[in-house]
Design a protein around this ligand. Structure first.
Ligand code: ZN
Length: 157
């Protein structure tokens, strides 16, 4: 059986009901099943929906972006950073992998900076309100790339 590409609209809210992210007014989000493109808890729920079906679901941190991990927080001497005017909120990519989470500067002292590589949504229980838009077989190109190319398969990567 060929893998499918599922497209959906979503609104993501945090524990206090604040909207964190939404696809409203944009193209729907698309993913290829089994490719690890979206968080596992959300993929599992979406695979159980039919086209046009809506559902609101709570996904615990462990099935979303993971628990907050203190090991991803490191203290680096300022002279080891790529620029000498770092400030809180700056981001650094570690290594060559474009998919790795950037480190975010969370604190700067006279000598050191604290860098945090946790996903910004790590440790948060998330509520997703989703609407399933379409389900179609993955194209040859998507299968070769291992990810979805938008809701109609034409977005280039
Ligand atoms: Zn691609």
């Amino acid at each position: 059986m060929t893998q499918r590409v599922i497209s959906f609209h979503y609104t993501l809210t945090g524990a206090n009901g604040q909207t964190l992210d939404s696809s409203a007014g944009q193209d729907p989000m698309s993913f290829m099943e089994g490719a690890g493109q979206i968080i596992p808890g959300l993929e599992k729920e979406l695979l159980g929906l039919k086209v046009n079906e809506k559902k609101t679901m709570m996904i615990a941190a462990a099935d979303a972006y993971g628990e907050y991990d203190q090991r991803f927080v490191v203290e680096i001497p300022l002279e080891d950073l790529p620029n000498d005017k770092v400030k809180v909120g700056d981001q650094f990519q570690a290594g060559e992998d474009p998919d790795s989470h950037p480190f975010v500067v969370t604190e700067v002292t006279k000598t050191h900076a604290m860098l945090d590589a946790n996903h910004p949504l790590a440790g948060m229980d998330l509520t997703f309100a989703v609407e399933l838009i379409s389900i179609r077989p993955a194209t040859e190109e998507e299968l070769a790339h291992g990810h979805a190319h938008g809701s109609d398969g034409t977005t280039k990567h």
